[in-house]
Design a protein around this ligand. Structure first.
Ligand code: AMP
Ligand code: ZN
Length: 137
């Protein structure tokens, strides 16, 4: 069952204190339409237990959440008749996270919907080697 955080808007949605268009619910996971959709059908998938971001949730619970994301992705594609969708998690404010309760965005995509992804750059000499050495596990 959910562990509710007092001032968390998503915890309030799970508790039914704030209305939402529910897409899916089980003992651990809740999914609902984003109130300000990038495209129609934009869905948020969240753990019922309050975790701020990916760093806080266990690998096992994350896998469980991802299983539901996969199922809802399929349901969005088939139900809305779209050709694809983006899955996104914003971790921390610097990455655009506004609501501090971990959530997957699933965004249905239509050809020519005008949604732009991030712009890409290139590495300077030696920069990729330095970065990979800092990141690799
Ligand atoms: P993020 O920037 O990743 O934290 O995304 C938060 C998302 O929550 C935004 O896309 C908002 O439109 C959405 N959101 C905020 N309040 C609500 C709400 N009451 N019901 C549904 N979605 C919401
Ligand atoms: Zn919460």
């Amino acid at each position: 069952m959910g562990v509710k955080f007092m001032d968390c808007i998503f915890c309030k949605i799970i508790a039914g204190e704030i209305p939402s268009y529910k897409v899916y619910e089980d003992d651990n996971v809740f999914a609902f339409l984003d109130i300000a959709p990038v495209n129609v059908g934009h869905t948020l998938v969240i753990p019922k237990k309050h975790y701020e971001n990916m760093e806080d949730i266990s690998e096992e619970e994350l896998c469980n959440l991802a299983r539901v994301v996969k199922r809802i992705g399929k349901s969005i594609k088939e139900g809305l008749g779209v050709k694809g969708y983006n899955i996104n998690i914003n971790n921390k404010e610097v990455a655009g996270q506004i609501v501090p309760h971990l959530h997957f965005h699933i965004i249905p995509r239509e050809e020519g919907d005008g949604l732009k992804l991030w712009s890409q750059g290139k590495y300077n000499e030696g920069e990729a080697e330095k970065a990979v050495n800092k990141i690799k596990i």
